[in-house]
Design a protein around this ligand. Structure first.
Ligand SMILES: NS(=O)(=O)c1nnc(N(Cc2cn(-c3ccccc3)nn2)Cc2cn([C@@H]3O[C@H](CO)[C@@H](O)[C@H](O)[C@H]3O)nn2)s1
Ligand SMILES: [Zn+2]
Length: 261
């Protein structure tokens, strides 16, 4: 209903504040991470990704990205440790990407962008009854961010790119069972962490961000498959290639970025 947000000139990130005033809030994401200014914190232990019993359900095009959703009715797949006080349940993962290799990620590192960024979205089911309730609480969500850089083919990403033709248009969805996102993780889980927000409307300031320092490598061919997706629905007249679905870095304000060892 009403004017919907997007990534275009008129409805893109610079316009979101009109409908979502929190866009100019004090803990907005993404940010530019400056490694030299991050505080190494010895109290920050390792993160643990317990995805072995995860249950992927479907892959869909929500008009903003391609999303793989998981069964989050129990603690079968959780992230814990690091800055988190308790386990957070895996709900979905999705990607952000550009139209060319040098930009597409949401977080940047010392001003440098990556070709894409993978977000694994988790919610605090210990303290909150539903995702929606958690999504409006300051410690409700934990999003794991993983940078994608261009190089050789990623040996497992084809499992996702092979399914993209089935979700070309906004509103399309198809079964996607048996996918474990563990295969998309880099070899080590060193990270930066800070308090931030959703990077798409409603931009709730409810996210504990955990951004991995090590990126994964995917090929330009594989990333190009994501650009076959459309922002628009099948019936929409004009073709709207899905690309540049990333929000630029937001002011750090009074925040501290911490670094794991
Ligand atoms: N770039 S990122 O920072 O990581 C993300 N940016 N957005 C993300 N999601 C969208 C979203 C919507 N809401 C929300 C919460 C309360 C009221 C209204 C909207 N919070 N996050 C994550 C996401 C949401 N959903 C679905 O949102 C519906 C509400 O829109 C909800 O009824 C469904 O139960 C839930 O499944 N799926 N994923 S993540
Ligand atoms: Zn995201």
């Amino acid at each position: 209903t009403g004017h919907h947000w997007g990534y275009g000139k008129e409805d893109g990130p610079s316009a979101w504040h009109r409908q979502y005033p929190v866009a100019k809030g004090n803990r907005q994401s993404p940010i530019d991470i400056i490694p030299d200014e991050a505080r190494r914190d010895s109290s920050l232990g390792p993160i643990f990704l317990k995805y072995d019993r995860c249950t992927s359900l479907n892959i869909s095009n929500n008009g903003h990205s391609v999303v793989v959703e998981f069964n989050d009715s129990d603690d079968r797949s959780v992230i814990q440790g690091g800055p988190l006080d308790n386990p957070y349940r895996l709900k979905q993962f999705h990607f952000h990407w550009g139209e060319k290799g040098c930009e597409g990620s949401e977080h940047t590192v010392a001003g440098i962008g990556y070709a894409s960024e993978l977000h694994l979205v988790h919610w605090n089911a210990v303290k909150y009854k539903t995702f929606e309730e958690a999504a409006t609480a300051p410690d409700g969500l934990a999003v794991l961010g993983i940078f994608l850089e261009l190089g050789d083919d990623h040996r497992w990403l084809h499992m996702i790119t092979d399914a993209l033709y089935m979700v070309k248009f906004k509103g399309s969805s198809t079964d996607f069972k048996g996918f474990n996102p563990k295969c998309l993780l880099p070899s080590n889980l060193h990270y930066w962490t800070y308090l931030g927000s959703l990077t798409t409307p409603p931009l709730h300031e409810s996210v504990i961000w955990i951004v991995l320092k090590e990126s994964i490598v995917v090929s330009d061919k594989q990333l190009g498959m994501f650009r076959l997706l459309q922002f628009s629905g099948e019936e929409d007249g004009q073709r709207m290639r899905m690309e540049n679905n990333f929000r630029p870095p937001q002011p750090l304000k009074e925040r501290l970025v911490r670094s794991s060892n």
